[in-house]
Design a protein around this ligand. Structure first.
Ligand code: GAR
Length: 232
């Protein structure tokens, strides 16, 4: 496939951009057949924008404060995204809640990575909340975005055991490399299978996904579906 024919992604981020970088690394390493057409940020100083520029990827910076209200902001965001004609809009540490109108227009093509085992711990501060709840596992989830915050159907998850000496920073550090493997694998799945979202149910090649795909049990790092060991 020539670069012009590859499915295009637009990445939205607010900060460091390590998940963006991991997706771009997967593309460069041949594990993900796609092209990141643009990286868009709500923060002009985001490190992720600089990383994208270094990689020769188009960048757009759209600060919320430059627009009178959320509707005007999201209209500008939509116009910017539409110009790149993406197959998927990939939220990678985009720390702004998108409005219902925006989400509804893009539902099924809008994915996010969240640092918890959804449906547990929607919202912020997930690492601290896992420890406070005394939970034995932590992880990350990739989900379709729907109007309710972090409540859209989960496509895939990665999990690991919490250690007795973990603190929130250590949990975040342990999770991040797993996010970097989960997100490209999930995008590869989305681009190589027929995946659809219908009435909050995910269908993969016409089969409903009853439970999220567990990374390396159900989903390989290059996006292949593996036989489920639990027979499910
Ligand atoms: C990641 O840990 C991602 O899961 C989280 O922000 C971090 C972004 O890191 N996203 C959320 O909390 C979304 N609610 P990165 O900028 O290095 O990819």
């Amino acid at each position: 496939m020539s670069a012009g024919e590859l499915p295009r992604l637009v990445v939205l981020l607010s900060g460091r951009g390590s998940n963006f970088r991991a997706i771009q690394d997967a593309i460069e390493g041949g594990r993900l057949e796609a092209r990141i057409a643009a990286v868009i940020s709500d923060r002009p100083g985001a490190d992720g924008l600089a990383l994208a520029e270094q990689a020769g990827i188009d960048t757009v910076s759209l600060e919320r404060t430059r627009f009178p209200d959320r509707a005007a902001y999201e209209h500008a965001l939509e116009t910017a995204i539409a110009g790149f004609e993406p197959r998927y809009i990939v939220l990678a540490g985009f720390m702004r809640v998108l409005g219902d109108r925006f989400v509804n227009r893009h539902m099924g093509r809008l994915v996010n990575i969240h640092p918890s085992l959804l449906p547990r711990h929607r919202g912020l501060d997930t690492h601290r909340r896992v420890l406070e709840a005394g939970e034995g596992e932590h992880g990350a989830s990739v989900h379709f975005v729907t109007p309710a915050l972090d409540a859209g159907p989960v496509i895939s998850r990665v999990q690991f055991d919490v250690a007795t000496d973990d603190d929130p920073d250590r949990l975040a550090d342990r999770l991040l490399p797993l996010e970097h493997r989960l997100y490209p694998a999930t995008l590869a799945l989305l681009l190589t299978h027929q995946v659809e979202l219908r009435h909050e149910t995910i269908y993969i090649d016409e089969y409903p996904l009853e439970t999220p795909l567990e990374f390396e049990r159900d989903l390989s790092s290059d996006g292949r579906l593996l036989a489920r060991r639990d027979g499910g």
